[in-house]
Structures are given as C-alpha cells and as structure tokens.
Design a protein around this ligand. Structure first.
Ligand code: C5P
Length: 235
C-alpha cells in the first residue's frame, strides 16, 4: 500500500500575530510549510505530498515547492484550501489518486516533527489500525470550565479530569484511506482533528508515542522555541 500525506496549510495563523499566512512564515529562513513538507517527504514510506494552500497563495506555494530541494521519489501537488481545517483536509483527500491506501494528515503548523514519529504512525496503520495519532502525556493539569460570557472574566471550574488518562495529540495522524474518506463524508460537526471523526464513526483510534519537537507553532513564543530547536539541529 502506498502512502500519501495531506498537509492542511490554509490557515491564517491569527494567534501568531499579524503577517503572512502562518505556513509561509519562515523558520531559520525557510517557510514553515517547506519544513513540514520535508518532514513528510523524508519518510521513505511517503511518495505523494498534497499541500492544501491558502487559496490566494496557491501559485506562490507551487513556486516555493519547486525552489526547494525535496526528495525526487516524492510527488508534490498543491490545491487551494477551504474555510475550515476540516474542509481543507477534504479538498486534499479529493485529489488523491487510486493506489494510496494509507493517508497521513499533517498540520503545516508542526514543521519540526521527526521522521521517526512519521514512520511510527505509518507502521501502526500498516499493522491494521484504521486511525493512529501520536500522543504525549500532559505537563499541565487540565480544568473544565463554564466559559465566561465576557472574555477575561473569571470562569467557574466544573471538573478536573484525571491527568494520567489524558494525552495531547499531534500530527501526522495516519489513516486507512477509505475510512478517512467515509468519515469526511459522514461527520459534519466542527472538529479540531481528523481522528475524532473516526471516533464518531465508532471505529478504533490508537496512539503511538508523540515527540516534543512535533509541537504546534501557534503563538509567538512557539516561534522562539522552533528557532531554538532548528539551531540545535544545525549544530
Ligand atoms: O487552526 P489550527 O491551528 O487548528 O490549524 C491547524 C492546521 O490547519 C494549520 O496547518 C492550518 O494552516 C490548517 N488550516 C487549513 N485551512 C483552514 C484552517 C486551518 O488548512 N481553513
């Protein structure tokens, strides 16, 4: 079974502050998206990468992919994205050719995921899991709250889930392709990851160990950390 990676990269990155779409901001001088594409293409399992670009930047993304040295054995396709992450992933799935039976979905916002994590996800799907997510234990205790009507007002705490049972999940998430396509056709709720759609179908989702370098670049401090991780790798 061949493996394709779909990279949703069409978000604006509002929480990162004003500027270019998040995926086009640079880390170590290279756009975050190129790091994410390379992270997928570095896995020997991956032979197709579909980048779901901000619609107004699709041509620029194509130019960027052509300008950066990427593995020859991998094909790179660019499609314009949608209004939500879910829609963007669906638009990527729509262009997958036959024969790609395993699909990874990887956020452009996780540019530094190590190849061993990518390979572990692919391996678990090959071993028969319909859906696989990299996961890490939480450092923080998590509270469920009653959201405040006015942002910034104190919020009553409702519950404290047992931290030892919680995991923070990352990408790439790996799927049996037919299962993921069915999930995207069936589940219409707004979800924040693809695996939760598989859960809604009542199918099994399993975890493999995540990696701290697969963190999501969301806020300005994450850029500082990402630059430091890159600098350490280049030593
Ligand atoms: O918003 P969030 O941080 O969950 O976005 C995760 C990923 O989904 C990012 O890589 C972002 O570019 C992508 N995305 C997308 N299309 C959207 C919104 C987000 O491809 N409309």
């Amino acid at each position: 079974a061949r493996t394709a990676a779909v990279i949703p990269a069409a978000g604006r990155g509002v929480r990162l502050g004003p500027g270019a779409p998040k995926a086009l901001r640079t880390l170590g001088g290279t756009p975050m998206l190129i790091h994410a594409v390379r992270a997928m293409a570095d896995s020997r399992a991956v032979s197709l990468v579909v980048v779901v670009a901000p619609p107004e930047d699709a041509a620029e993304v194509r130019t960027l992919l052509d300008a950066h040295a990427l593995p020859d054995r991998t094909e790179f396709v660019v499609v314009p994205g949608g209004e939500t992450r879910q829609e963007s992933v669906k638009l990527g799935l729509d262009v997958l050719p036959p024969g790609f039976d395993i699909v990874l979905v990887h956020d452009a916002a996780r540019p530094l995921v190590p190849v061993d994590t990518v390979d572990a996800v692919v391996e678990a799907v090959r071993d028969g899991a319909p859906a696989v997510v990299p996961a890490l234990p939480l450092a923080d205790t998590v509270k469920q709250v009653e959201p405040a009507a006015v942002p910034g007002e104190p919020e009553p705490v409702v519950a404290t889930p047992d931290r030892s049972l919680l995991r923070a999940v990352q990408t790439p998430q790996g799927f049996d392709r037919d299962t993921l396509v069915r999930a995207h056709e069936t589940v219409t709720d707004n979800v924040t990851d693809d695996a939760s759609m598989i859960e809604q179908l009542g199918l099994a989702v399993v975890t493999v160990p995540g990696h701290e370098e697969a963190f999501k670049v969301t806020r300005p401090l994450d850029l500082v950390l990402a630059e430091a991780v890159l600098a350490r790798r280049r030593l």
